[in-house]
Ligand binder design. Structure first.
Ligand code: NDP
Ligand code: KPL
Length: 338
């Protein structure tokens, strides 16, 4: 065999290696992910930060609503049914402090109504680093897609967390929270999940995230409107047949819109999941009700009102009359209280 034939035969293998090494060592193509930046010093952000730090990760919480918060160390304690986790010091900073976040995973644990502004600020700092959106609702990833972020992942949380005091949070994990690809690839998804997953706050990769997003969002359309309007806790649906009957009407409407979007869900499975959440968070107030009581903006626009907007786009607004009305009432109640 002559030399040129050997080179010709070997060429595909050499090319493979070259591409592989460029892939591995070029941060523009393959993010480094040494650190975890959590945006939002709220109930979820604090617990996630503590769980990750306890498992040896370098983690920093970045304030979501405050642009110029001075860097500080804050001790956070997490209360859980199996006992308190060791109190842990967490670095808190602000976006102004960081020129680039390209060496990490960026977790959005802020309220979704902050996404439009945050996506603008993050645009020049993120590069190809994965963004993990850890919020309830539909369409919460829109501003990141529109601005051309390259790796967008979406989590559906199966856990509840509640702020008790500034450095004290109560956490209840129910199951491993699902993470799936909105834009990106499965390999980066798996590596991102591997980084985020801890025994205290478990995550799992989900290949088909859209049905999971819709199922949880429909439950939230029920909880986040009916509970604040009735001024009651999440347990109402397993305690009261009439409340459950109302929930069924909202579920039926939303399941029809999900189907029109190509997401097949059965009303019965959504109801079963709603009842499970209602039982496991009996006595707890849903975030929207807490937000109204604390005179804060709510996420209702990415729940009932987003389902209504999707229905309108599909010329099916007649299908979601009750879902929309409850959403509008919740929005009005929130505005009247602020
Ligand atoms: N708590 C729970 O049990 C669950 C929560 N979720 C979802 O997780 C997400 C976080 O919830 P949770 O931690 O409970 O919420 P919190 O209200 O406790 O905290 C949310 C954080 O969002 C940030 N924020 C508020 N307004 C803005 C704004 N305008 N711009 C940017 N950031 C803002 C604030 O961060 P900072 O103080 O740094 O400014 C705030 O602390 C929500 O989308 C929620 O729906 C889902 C399931 C369960
Ligand atoms: C419905 C519930 C309680 C489930 O985690 C939730 O999503 C929330 O608190 O916002």
């Amino acid at each position: 065999m002559n030399a040129s034939r050997i080179i010709r035969l070997a060429f595909p293998f050499i090319l493979n290696y070259v591409v592989y090494y460029i892939y591995l060592f070029t941060p523009e193509i393959y993010p480094i992910m040494n650190k975890i930046y959590i945006i939002g010093y709220g109930a979820i952000g604090k617990v996630l930060a503590v769980a990750l730090k306890l498992n040896g990760h370098e983690v920093c919480i970045i304030r979501g609503s405050i642009a110029d918060a001075p860097p500080q160390l804050q001790e956070i304690t997490v209360e859980s049914a199996s006992g308190n986790w060791p109190s842990t010091e967490i670095h808190i900073g602000s976006l102004q402090q960081f020129r680039s976040l390209e060496d990490g995973i960026i977790v959005l644990a802020n309220k979704s109504f902050g996404n439009a502004r945050l996506s603008e600020v993050l645009q020049s700092k993120v590069g190809n680093a994965p963004i993990v959106i850890m919020q309830n609702g539909l369409g919460v990833e829109r501003s990141f897609i529109e601005k051309g972020f390259s790796n967008i992942y979406r989590t559906v949380l199966f856990a509840t967390s509640q702020n008790l005091q500034d450095g004290l949070v109560r956490f209840k994990p129910v199951a491993a929270s699902a993470v799936g690809v909105v834009k990106g690839n499965e390999q980066l998804l798996n590596e991102t999940v591997e980084q985020l997953n801890t025994p205290q706050f478990p995550f799992r990769a989900e290949k088909s995230i859209q049905p999971v997003i819709w199922k949880k969002a429909i439950s939230n359309c029920v909880f986040n409107s009916i509970c604040p309007l009735l001024e009651t806790d999440n347990g109402i649906f397993h305690r009261d047949e009439n409340a459950l009957a109302l929930a069924r009407r909202i579920i039926a409407e939303c399941v029809e819109i999900a189907a029109a979007e190509g997401i097949r869900l059965h009303a019965d499975e959504v109801e079963a999941s709603l009842l499970q959440i209602s039982r496991s968070s009996d006595g707890q107030l849903i975030s929207t009700y807490q937000d109204i009581l604390n005179k804060r903006e709510t996420e209702i626009e990415t729940l009932n009102l987003e389902v209504a907007a999707i229905a309108q786009r599909l010329h099916k607004q007649h299908v979601v009359r009750e879902t929309r009305l409850l959403g509008e009432l919740t929005l009005l109640k929130s505005k009247l209280h602020r």
